[in-house]
Design a protein around this ligand. Sequence first.
Ligand code: ACM
Length: 477
Amino acid sequence: MPPLTKQLGDVIPVPASVRPVPAASFTIIPGTGVSTVPEASGVAAYLAGELAKTVDGTIPIGPGGAIVLELDPALAAEAYTLAVDDTSVRLRGGTRQGLFWGVQTLLQLAPVVPGGVIEDEPRYEYRGAMLDLARHFFTAGEIKAHVDLLAQFKINHLHLHLTDDQGWRLEIPGWPLLTSVSGGEGTGVDGAGPGFLTLAEYADVVAYAASRFVTIVPEIDMPGHVNAVHHAYPALTADGEPVPRRTDAEVGYSSLVAGKEETYAFVEDVIRTVADVTPGPYLHIGGDECLSTPAEDYRTFLSRVLPLPGKYGKRAIGWHEIAAVDLPEAAVVQFWRIEAADENTARAAAEGHRIIMAPADRTYLDMKYDADSKLGLDWAGHVDVRRSYDWDPADRLPGVAEEALLGVEAPLWSETLRSVADIQYLTFPRLPAIAEVAWSPRSARSWESFRGRIAAFGPRWEAAGINYYRSPEIDWS
Ligand code: ACM
């Protein structure tokens, strides 16, 4: 029997409540069975498949298995309990999603599962990561593999930044040049990373993410960040003249034309299409860095466009610049800057809008860890692992308190990325840090504890071929 080195609470994100019974433990071996209620058979199959890899043997599913999966409607939807003694492992979820998060906890502890009881549920309902497909395209298969890694840390939303000045990465019927021209060869930053998702591929990503209880949040960035649109369709520019492709990393120079009716026909077609293929509740309309859009035009544009997600059954999210205008009731504001305060975001919160916290100096995964980082940017400073961990979302902005927060997101912009290995290098170990900020109660978290728990992932990531950053802040040995 392998030695019992883990404690019951050695999980990321750290659970809300852990009551160890150190005298007991349960060891999962080939042949250990999983029994399940029929509604949770998909989760059971996932668990058995993952455990089979851990123990290098078969994990049968059927009545009488020592690992028992159940649903308990008395629990909150994403809540779960895990009870472990010498003879059984009992997992209960409020829904299949809660059960799936419990499965992630169990997988982090397996094969020797310490005895005791965990009772756990998330602090925030929105625990997000973002991937920028516009500056460098990643394929459906690569996005799906990334979803698997995110779900291990109970991240439940993946925001896909699908469009920007360089490229357009989602097929839109009726507007074929968006993808044939602006999704083609040479449309990533410095000419790298061509490609786009067909609607079928996008639907496949959405369905796969749903199987991991991750909701896809599509973003069409408007009215700025649209050079790829104007390059493909010059009729949408102010003077109807063509504009060159741009694959540099400048921002703030392009804008949809607020005074042109064609703009709104285009935007509504796109929003309707994206809403139709997106089962999740959110549609992100961008709104950031519109440095070349006159303030009056920005207001005019957003007053017509912000209601469109609602018209097609979705809830609009925008980067926090949108809080400068009157917002539709359900609109969500995503704070992304580094300033200590933001009046407009605070006013939106006071009006009852929910806020997603994504301050660049804490959560941007594309910031360099330190001056030696080979990848990433540094406009928001260096973000080492402790910086991404050691803060609290409810303290970040004056006027944006706990009740206003929908959650937390860790965006990964792709100007400096060229491969999946590059994604992983910037994501691990900072994403687990931010996942814990978003999931765990404030009272359960501490940097010293996180620092110890994350070290155990080094050997696992190495075994799985994941290119994590061996931060000197962590004692990986
Ligand atoms: C952003 O980083 N421009 C949202």
